[in-house]
Design a protein around this ligand. Structure first.
Ligand SMILES: [Zn+2]
Length: 369
């Protein structure tokens, strides 16, 4: 039985004979309530009463109001996403998880109504298996975000050691660990930050698409921020995710801008499709992409921590949308650019799945998302 209540993120307050509900850009929904019946209705939407009980109580006190009108009012509040079902309990989460991810749950509740559950979204996050390629500048911040969100199943790969010059943006690590493997330090730090995260680590330099396939085969989703070897890694990762049908979010820092894209094999075009369409039709874009390859992934990149954090945040938000469906990923089949100086985000190229794409045609995949 549904027991509606106002979400914890939705303020409800009464001013004279008006009811103000919710705050979006400082503007609340305002309902006039001359005889107090709506205030009474709202007082009953407390998570203890079922819809049937609420209707009974309202029409008992206000006989002029019909059951249909009360039902309609509750439905309107539900359509505005003001309500959640207090009778829903989590399947997997205990009190610890409910507390640790409390603000996550409040955020997820913004996207739910009486028919669905914020707990389902958090549990989906907790159960999803991710392969992360690279734990350098972007990767170490992404890993932190993933652990904070409650992604409990992560396999991460890297081969690099810590250097003094990493610490202007790689917040996961400590200076005392200079010359040690980043991937091992990442595991140490994450295990303290969120002990629920099962972080499997692989110390390896990617040398071909098969290496990528081996790393991602047991995961459902892939995030790639690995940057070496510069000219090949994106093609190898693309080939691997398309062959295995794993959705991908990928990106990198390009001085004053960040770029990122997402693909769902079998649904959107892949990196090779991108080359077929955009590059073939526009030399300028071709130059841009070559530029990205040449400049983006150099070791001595111009990258400061706040910019890396912005891009990491955007990419993890895209990834969260991809996994949970709370938002449609903006970067699906698109090269998105985030300007670090203006904070603007825009698409610089878009592409569809191409019939003649050699990578997409090399295998028949079923999209997993
Ligand atoms: Zn393709």
């Amino acid at each position: 039985m549904i027991k509606p209540k106002f979400k914890e993120t939705i303020p409800v307050f009464f001013v004279n004979n008006e009811i103000h509900i919710g705050e979006e850009d400082g503007v609340a929904g305002v309902i006039e309530d001359p005889n107090g019946s709506i205030q009474y209705l709202i007082s009953l939407i407390d998570g203890e009463n079922t819809i049937e009980t609420i209707i009974e109580k309202v029409i008992l006190k206000y006989p002029d109001i019909t059951a249909e009108e009360v039902q309609g009012a509750i439905q309107s509040l539900n359509e505005e996403k003001y309500l959640e079902d207090n009778a829903i309990t989590p399947t997997l989460m205990g009190e610890y998880e409910k507390e640790r991810y409390k603000a996550n749950l409040n955020f997820f509740s913004l996207f739910t109504s009486l028919e669905d559950s914020k707990f389902d979204i958090q549990e989906k996050v907790m159960n999803t298996k991710i392969a992360l390629l690279g734990v350098g500048g972007l990767g170490s911040q992404i890993l932190y975000h993933l652990a904070a969100l409650g992604f409990h199943n992560i396999t991460a790969l890297d081969f690099d050691t810590l250097e003094l010059s990493n610490f202007n943006r790689q917040l996961l690590y400590s200076e005392e660990n200079i010359d040690e493997l980043k991937i091992e330090m990442a595991k140490k730090r994450i295990s303290k930050f969120n002990p629920n995260v099962k972080l499997d680590i692989v110390n390896k330099r990617i040398e071909c698409a098969e290496d990528v396939m081996n790393h991602i085969q047991d995961s459902e989703y892939v995030i790639c921020v690995a940057d070496k070897p510069t000219l090949y890694i994106q093609d190898w990762v693309n080939e691997a995710v398309v062959k295995l049908g794993k959705p991908l979010v990928s990106g990198g820092v390009l001085n004053t801008r960040g770029r990122f894209y997402s693909i769902i094999p079998g649904k959107t075009g892949c990196v090779e499709c991108h080359k077929h369409t955009v590059i073939a039709s526009d030399e300028k874009v071709n130059d841009q992409l070559n530029n990205m390859n040449q400049v983006n992934f150099q070791r001595n990149n111009a990258a400061i921590s706040p910019n890396v954090a912005m891009l990491a945040g955007a990419m993890v938000n895209e990834f969260l949308g991809l996994v949970t469906g709370i938002k449609h990923p903006t970067s699906l089949g698109k090269m998105m650019e985030l300007n670090f100086l203006t904070y603007q985000t825009y698409s610089i190229s878009e592409w569809e799945k191409q019939e003649e794409c050699s990578v997409c045609n090399s295998t028949s995949v079923t999209a997993t998302s």
